[in-house]
Design a binder for this molecule. Structure first.
Ligand code: C2G
Length: 132
């Protein structure tokens, strides 16, 4: 069984996220998503609208996702890849090159980021609507 892993906050889940998850799953048979905890989000200078528990529950409902684990630090990726016998590490291209150190342990793939959507765009657009 070919195992794939990806990491992210996945807040206000949108079609860019689903594009990433679908393509990640297509690279193997089993997709693990490591979802950023609320505490780790602070380290990423991110505040998600949905709590970790709710973001986890939503991801677990996505047909491409087989398992969801917590991402709590920048340093857990090698451990996760080894511990879960991961074959492929996948991230969106905005992270291009940032995780090449994992090439010693698994295939590393950066997929083109979906243009035109992001969680911050959703928040900004909704704010604009509110302000009339
Ligand atoms: N993504 C994408 N297209 C978008 C938006 C996001 O392909 N329009 C991808 C990102 O490249 C990332 C994944 O979806 O691979 C999750 O995006 P975020 O939730 O924004 O995750 P991020 O904050 O980038 O966290 O250790 C890695 C970090 O946890 C990644």
């Amino acid at each position: 069984m070919k195992k794939v892993i990806t990491y992210g906050t996945f807040d206000l889940l949108h079609w860019g996220h689903v594009n990433l998850l679908r393509r990640a799953k297509e690279m193997g048979d089993y997709l693990i998503v490591a979802i950023s905890s609320d505490e780790f989000n602070k380290l990423k200078d991110k505040k998600s609208y949905h709590s970790f528990e709710n973001r986890k529950m939503i991801l677990e409902a996505i047909r491409y996702v087989d398992e969801v684990i917590a991402e709590e630090s920048w340093d857990q990726k090698v451990h996760d890849v080894v511990d879960h016998n991961v074959d492929v590490f996948v991230m969106g291209s905005d992270w291009e090159g940032k995780f090449d150190f994992l090439k010693d342990h698994c295939e590393v793939v950066y997929l083109p980021r979906t243009v035109g959507i992001s969680t911050s765009k959703i928040k900004d657009d909704l704010l604009e609507v509110d302000n009339g």
